[in-house]
Design a protein around this ligand. Sequence first.
Ligand SMILES: [Zn+2]
Length: 464
Amino acid sequence: MQAYRFALDVTPGQERALLAHAGAARLAYNWSLARVKAVLDQRAAERSYGLAEADLTPAAGWTLPALRRAWNAAKNDVAPWWSECSKEAYNTGLDALARALKNWADSRSGRRAGRPVGFPRFKSRRRSAPTIRFTTGSIRIESDRKHVVLPRLGRLKTHESTRKLARRLEAGTARILSATVRRDGGRWHVSFCVALDRAEREPARPHTTIGVDVGVKHLAVLSSGEVVPNPRHLDTAGRRMRRRARRMSRRVGPDRRTGRYPSKRWEAARRQVARAHNRVANLRRDGLHKLTTRLAREYGTIVVEDLNVAGMLRNRRLARHIADAGFAELRRQLAYKAGWNGGRLVVVDRWYPSSKTCSGCGAVKTKLTLSERTYTCTTCGLTLDRDLNAARNLAALAHEATDARSGRESQNGRGADRKTRPRGPVAAKRQPGTATAGQTGTVPPQDGTADHVPFRHHERLRCG
Ligand SMILES: [Zn+2]
C-alpha cells in the first residue's frame, strides 16, 4: 500500500462543492458525537440515582455500522438536503468518529499504548481541515494525466502530472483503494491510497552497513564520514515568517468575548502566514525524502538510534531544531523505504551510549557534554568528530546483530527495557546501558532528558 498525493487546481464552483461535502462530513460527525455523548451522560446520571444496570437507557453503539444506522434513520430530519452530497461525505465523518471513539475507549481500558487519548471533540468549520474520502464509485485518473475523476465532483484538474501513478495503473501493477481530498495550507490535494505489486529489488550495495546518527548540528552524519547538512529551512524562512506573523498581529483579529469578526485584512494576513509555514513544511519534507530514498536505495543495512523525540521536544532549547529536522519522520521513512528496496533497518534501543563509546577500542566515557563536538578517547587516544564516532558505533552494532542474532536489535520503538550492552571495558561508574531494566531512570538519551512518562502511563493503565 502506498499513497500518491497530487495538488489540485480547483475552480471556484468545484471548491464550493468540496466545501459542501466537507461540511456534510462535519455535520454527520458532530451530530453523531452529540448523540453518543447524550446517551453516555444519561447513563451516568441514571447510575448516580442508583438505577440497576439493566434499567439504564440502552447504550448507543459506536462502531461504524451502528453510527451509520443511526444517521440514516435521522438524516431526513437533521439534514433534509442530504441527497445533495455524496453519501461518502457522511461516511467520512462517521468513520472518523468511530475511530476516535475506539481510540478513546481502548486508551482508557489500557488496550492502547502511548499517550492517553481524550474523548473526541466537536469539529469546527474554522479549525478543522476540510476533508472528504471516497472509497466507492468512479475514482479514476484521466488518460491525459492532468485530471482525476471523483464521484459527484467530476473532473478535477491536477496541478502536477499524475504520470507516476498513471503508468502503474496502465501496467496493471496498481489498484486504487480510496481517494481523499483535503485542503491544507490553502491548497487542495487529492491523495490516492493504492495497493501496489512491488517488484523485488536489491539495494546497490546489499552487503554494506551504514550507521546514521541523527543530530542537532547536522541532519545526519553517516558512518562513511559523509555529513548531511541540516535543512534549516525554518531559519532561512524565519524572517519572512516572523514578519508576516507580526503583520497579522497588528491587524484586527476575531474576539470571542466581544463577538468581533476578523477584518478582511487580518484574514489576508493569516493566509500569508499559513503559506509561509506551508512552504517550510514542503521544503523539509522534500529534503527528508531525498535523503531517505538515497540511503534505502544504496545500503543493505541501515542502523539508526531510537531517539525519544517526545522527551526531547520537551527540552525547550533544543526543541525548535529537533522539530525542524523531523527525526521521527526520518526514521519512519527509512523503515518503509528499506522494506521496498530489499534492505533492512536496525533500530538500536535508546539507552545504548552511542555518543559515549569509543568506536576504536569500545571504551565508554562517563561524561560527554553536548558542547564537546570532538570525541577524544582517554584509553586509546582516538580523536574524531563526535557524530561520526556515534555513527560508526551504530554501524558496528549492526554487524554484531547480524553475527549473533541476539537481542541487540529491537525493531520496535518501545524497546526501552531491552538493553544493548556496551562492547568494551566499562569505567567504574555506572554507565548508560549497564543498568537492568526498570532502573534506567537516570540515563539520558544523547544527553537529553530521560523520559519515562509513556511507560509509567502504560503501567498505571494496566493496573487500574
Ligand atoms: Zn578508544
